[in-house]
Design a protein. Structure first.
Length: 154
């Protein structure tokens, strides 16, 4: 497998990020193009993509709230045909690097209790489960509406 490149997303990446979002989530759960465009351009967010050539294989979007020292992972997506190759973990690590540059003390995220593959990746990356959010999702996601809140001290 060729080594991908992780870089800051630009507005030109939005159509590919939207395609990726739709590969990873059902229509009812996927962000729309306007939502992705807003997140990529928003001042208090940061989006990275992992690419191989012209192919966007993964992305991460982090949110930063004014006055908070805790960054939030809004989404991590890896194209299903490129999963289990370490792309998600590399994106998480790159996102953590950006959070450290911004002097964040921790990162938090929410993940479906049924998404065992993602939970294991986060745990292997040093995240711990800090709570259960019942009925967090509007629709069943990985067989549940519940999510774990996970956190990592940087």
């Amino acid at each position: 497998m060729d080594q991908g490149v992780i870089r800051t997303a630009t507005e030109k990446d939005v159509p590919e990020i939207v395609k990726l979002e739709n590969k990873c989530f059902l229509d009812s759960q996927a962000y729309s193009e306007s939502q992705i465009r807003y997140l990529v351009k928003k001042a208090n967010s940061f989006c990275l993509v992992e690419t191989s050539g012209d192919i966007v294989r993964g992305c991460i979007i982090l949110l930063f709230r004014r006055g908070s020292k805790i960054a939030g992972v809004e989404t991590v997506n890896v194209d299903p045909i490129f999963q289990n190759r370490g792309i998600g973990r590399q994106l998480i690590q790159a996102g953590e690097g950006e959070a450290r540059k911004r002097l964040m003390k921790a990162i938090r995220l929410e993940v479906s209790v049924g998404n065992t593959q993602a939970i294991l990746m986060y745990q292997r990356s040093g995240y711990i489960i800090t709570g259960l959010l019942q009925n967090y999702y509007q629709f069943n996601y990985f067989g549940s509406r519940d999510a774990y809140r996970m956190k990592k001290i940087l």
